[in-house]
Ligand binder design. Structure first.
Ligand code: ADP
Length: 598
């Protein structure tokens, strides 16, 4: 069975009212008892008194034998309130006068009364008995008072008493409700605040003033809630700050900005945890060549005795947080700060590594740029001489073939150098497009015709709609894109297969695709093809290449505002497709620098 526990206030009212009822009933019973005893005593006194009066009145009548007068006297008692019976009997026990006519002359078996007394009769009646004495005992006077009057009086008194007590109970209940509210109100507020804390509303406090025990309890509760709130804020800050550090490092390009950002976070989220002041960067970061443990001492010396420092050594560095001594941390808090500071140290170490890696990358890009530039001039000269040799050796077919080979290999080397130069341009955001209004149709026709001539073992076909394919693009760069895609299609296909070049308009875009019947690309590699220096696993060793062609192609397409992708089935062939925006705003013709991400 499920019992619902009433509220504290209801319980208080119930208990006090119950106590009132128990006390009320007990006192009612006692008062009833004493009232009854009182009434009975009064009745006995009266019965004795009435019997005495009858005895005194009967003396003369008995002495003179005036029985009729005696009987009048006896019957006069009957009219008195509460008297149910009165009689006089002589010394020999004979009834000479009685309120019950049938009794006269009868003898009663009762001794003469020697003194006035009472006798309790059945039904609660009281009989008063008094001796009739004049030198000698003349007889006995009897008066019976009815007990029913007592019961009536008691009934009335009891009803009145119960009524008064019920009114008292009602007043008492109201009063106890008021008192219970006064007592329970603050306790209820405390309970509400505790419930708030339980449900995560940490800023909940108990509003209470004065110097009572309850307000002391409220003060204690409030300070406990405040410290709990602070601890939870610190913990959640620690929990949230640590995972955010790697994110900072991904974006940050140098250590100073990472630390500045981190310190800003500490200020915003960890206020109180690390009491940092002043507009300048807090002294969160120190370098120690030794990383020795005596840094604790050194830091204390540096900051003065009013400051306590928690130091954490990390490889090659020292991270520490400083707090005033008055606000010294507990062991547990120090532990937390240590782990937090350790995370900072590790993050900073990563930032440092990231920085040096960036520097190394910069050196590499510079190197590539210089070497490519330096190679370009001699390559142009070699190419020029190879072509001159080709003309000079008009009658020497073997010598001409050698000259052609030199020319072809120089072309290949030139393309590699060009790709390398482009890569360094992208890295330094120095890549530029020279856009002009142009039609891609003749460009496609020329390129396809050239490949048909140069690679007679392959069928290179062009499929175009009749309409012009116009846009504002960089012709030279688009030729480079098409060259890369068509030469790849040939490079990664068997002879006597077909390479199809297509172009069609789709809404505001031009879609160009190069389809081959070659070896295809495994699905897991397709996502990485357009990355720098990526080379596929299939035939990557037999087919020569640097893995830069598709990277440069993507960057050129993206610089035009287009996208590039591939659909491929291993063993069946691949289709590379890219888009170019057809419409361009007026005035956009000219040179522009591409700054898209790597
Ligand atoms: P490279 O050809 O110099 O290796 P690319 O950037 O042009 O570099 O190509 C990257 C990789 O993509 C190649 O190594 C190759 O595995 C794959 N690939 C490119 N084009 C094709 C194609 N048409 N068919 C199959 N694989 C291709």
């Amino acid at each position: 069975m499920h019992l619902t526990v009433p509220s504290l206030r209801a319980r208080l009212v119930l208990v006090t009212c119950l106590a009132y009822v128990v006390v009320g009933l007990t006192t009612l019973a006692i008062s009833y008892q004493s009232q009854e005893t009182n009434l009975r005593t009064q009745l006995e006194v009266r019965a004795r008194g009435d019997a005495r009066i009858l005895a005194v009145g009967a003396v003369d009548n008995l002495l003179t034998g005036n029985i009729p007068t005696l009987r009048v006297l006896v019957s006069s008692f009957q009219s008195a309130q509460g008297v149910s019976y009165a009689a006089v009997m002589t010394g020999d026990g004979r009834v000479v006068a009685s309120t019950r006519a049938g009794e006269i002359g009868r003898r009663m078996r009762r001794p003469l009364a020697t003194q006035a007394h009472t006798v309790k009769l059945a039904g609660g009646d009281i009989e008063g008995v008094a001796p009739i004495v004049q030198s000698t005992d003349l007889g006995t006077a009897l008066v019976v008072l009815s007990g029913s009057s007592i019961n009536q009086d008691l009934q009335t008194a009891l009803t009145l008493d119960v009524l008064v007590r019920l009114i008292g109970l009602a007043i008492f209940a109201i009063l106890s409700l008021v008192i219970a509210t006064l007592i329970v109100g603050p306790v209820a507020r405390l309970a509400q605040a505790a419930r708030d804390l339980q449900h995560g509303r940490l800023s909940s406090r108990v509003p209470m003033g004065g110097g009572s025990e309850l307000s002391t309890l409220a003060d204690t509760f409030n300070s406990m809630a405040a410290s709990l709130e602070e601890r939870i804020r610190h913990l959640s800050f620690l929990a949230s700050a640590s995972p955010s550090l790697p994110a900072l490092l991904r974006d940050g390009d140098n250590l100073a900005s990472v630390l500045a950002e981190f310190c800003a976070q500490v200020r915003a989220g960890g206020a109180g945890l690390l009491p940092l002041q002043g507009p300048e960067l807090p002294a969160l970061w120190y370098e120690s060549p030794t990383g020795s443990e005596c840094w604790d001492e050194a830091v204390r010396g540096l900051l003065g005795t009013s400051t306590q420092a928690v130091t954490v050594p990390v490889p090659g560095e020292m991270v520490f947080v400083a707090v005033p001594v008055e606000g010294a941390f507990t062991e547990e808090e120090q532990q937390l700060i240590r782990s937090f500071a350790y995370a900072v140290g590790v993050a900073a170490e990563n930032a440092r590594l990231f920085e040096s890696q960036q520097e190394a990358l910069q050196v590499k890009d510079q190197f590539l740029s210089i070497v490519s530039h330096e190679l370009r001039t001699p390559l142009t000269a070699i190419k020029g001489y190879a072509q001159m040799l080709h003309k000079l050796l008009a009658d020497d077919p073997v010598g001409r073939r050698f000259a052609d080979t030199i020319d072809a290999q120089t072309n290949r080397l030139s393309r590699i150098v060009d790709d390398l130069l482009d890569v360094t341009r992208f890295a330094r955001a120095q890549f530029e497009l020279t856009r002009k209004h142009m039609d891609l149709r003749p460009v496609l026709t020329d390129i396809v015709a050239r490949y048909e001539m140069l690679t007679p073992n392959y069928h290179v076909v062009l499929r175009l709609d009749d309409e012009p394919l116009e846009g504002v693009w960089d012709q030279e760069r688009l030729e480079q894109v098409l060259n890369n895609l068509i030469s790849n299609a040939i490079k990664y296909s068997e002879p006597h297969t077909t390479v199809t070049v297509m172009a069609r308009k789709e809404r505001s875009e031009l879609v160009v695709s190069v389809q081959d019947q070659g070896m295809g690309i495994p699905p897991e590699e397709q996502g990485q093809l357009f990355e720098r220096f990526y080379r596929g696993s299939v035939d990557g060793k037999t087919v020569k290449g640097l893995g830069l062609g598709l990277y440069v192609t993507r960057r050129i397409v993206e610089a035009h505002g287009g996208t590039i992708g591939v659909r491929s089935v291993p063993g069946e062939g691949s289709t590379f497709h890219f888009t170019l925006p057809l419409a361009r705003r007026a005035g956009s013709v000219g040179v522009e620098t591409a700054r898209s991400a790597t």
